[in-house]
Design a protein around this ligand. Structure first.
Ligand SMILES: C[S@@+](CC[C@H](N)C(=O)[O-])C[C@H]1O[C@@H](n2cnc3c(N)ncnc32)[C@H](O)[C@@H]1O
Length: 220
């Protein structure tokens, strides 16, 4: 088992199913993650299983339940297509929506594009951090988009969106875990907001990209 202080503010190239087992119980304040949907997408050279596999999601979620503190929280980006399967295993408090402007700009051919991703939110008790939002009347973070060109990852999330989740659900110095870090967005947003982070990603290439992003000033 790792000591939590030895693994904070670091990113690790590993399989989350293995790594999560070595994180101490009740040590994480907030998990924000965007798991692979196993729907045939290929990220880097790591081939994902072609078909959706709820057992995989059950396994990593079980470890998150173990490592999150009793007053902690988890946000999981999710795909509407597999909502039914997920709701069977994830006791959500609320579902948020992220609407993707560029997807909405795509030319419709024979079907509607996937404009929306879900963000499933779970708390473990009624005692949890929730910082009231600043004035968001004129800023629609849940409509934000990473750069269209020059993205680091095909599934990259916008930093301002992740920052909103972090600001709402954690305090400075809290520990934020992302077991499917991709290009490092959750770690960068955590560092921007003076939170500690732990990032796990199976692809070496994305780990290198995350490390580079974490050294940029300003962080983007
Ligand atoms: C949807 S992407 C995350 C993108 C991220 N939100 C960003 O902004 O860049 C999911 C990531 O999970 C990684 N992944 C897939 N299986 C994994 C596993 N078993 N352990 C750790 N990472 C894994 C993939 O390589 C992929 O980069």
């Amino acid at each position: 088992m790792y000591k939590i202080k030895d693994i904070t503010n670091k990113v690790f190239c590993d399989n989350s199913l293995k790594f999560l087992k070595k994180i101490p119980a009740n040590s994480i304040d907030l998990v924000i993650t965007d798991p692979p949907y196993n729907a045939g997408k290929i990220f880097d050279k790591v081939k994902e299983k072609k078909y959706f596999d709820i057992k995989f999601h059950k396994q990593w979620l079980k470890e998150c339940d173990r490592v999150i503190k009793p007053d902690g929280q988890i946000y999981v980006f999710w795909w509407p297509k597999f909502l039914k399967e997920m709701l069977d295993i994830f006791e959500h408090r609320q579902i948020l929506f992220w609407t993707k402007p560029f997807a909405r700009m795509m030319k419709l051919t024979r079907r509607w594009e996937n404009f929306t991703e879900l963000i499933l939110w779970k708390t473990y008790s009624d005692e949890f951090t929730f910082n009231p939002f600043h004035d968001i009347r004129n800023i629609d973070y849940f409509n934000d988009q990473p750069p269209f060109r020059g993205r680091y990852h095909v599934a990259q999330k916008p930093i301002p969106l992740i920052e909103q989740l972090i600001m709402a659900s954690s305090n400075p110095k809290d520990i934020i875990l992302d077991p499917f870090l991709g290009s490092g967005t959750t770690a960068v947003a955590s560092q921007n907001l003076d939170r500690k982070f732990i990032g796990i990603e199976i692809s070496e290439r994305y780990i290198e990209i995350s490390k580079k992003r974490l050294q940029q000033k300003p962080l983007l």
